[in-house]
Design a protein. Structure first.
Length: 94
């Protein structure tokens, strides 16, 4: 990937904690990135990009991923909202 196409470092830093948490949930579910990708119907590169903070997990993928990771979708949604939209999370949940 050329330097001009890379994500701004600030965005990567902001998304890294969410990615680490998603990687932890995948690990606790006993899945490899490949297995998680196959179960969710996405490419393994997508899982990798999310876990490294290069991409944000889109809202439409929260419920399927929660099911694969055996986590309540509401819990996963609240967790991701805390990382992705901290001001909104604080306003909603204190």
């Amino acid at each position: 990937m050329s330097p001009t196409l890379r994500q701004p470092m600030s965005r990567v830093k902001r998304l890294e904690p969410a990615g680490r948490k998603l990687a932890e949930l995948r690990y606790l579910a006993g899945l490899t990135q490949q297995q998680a990708a196959e179960a969710c119907g996405v490419k393994v590169q997508f899982i990798s990009q999310i876990e490294t903070g290069r991409e944000r997990l889109p809202g439409r993928a929260w419920a399927p991923l929660a099911k694969v990771y055996d986590v309540p979708s509401k819990r996963l949604g609240m967790l991701l909202l805390r990382f992705y939209e901290p001001e909104m999370h604080k306003a909603l949940f204190g």
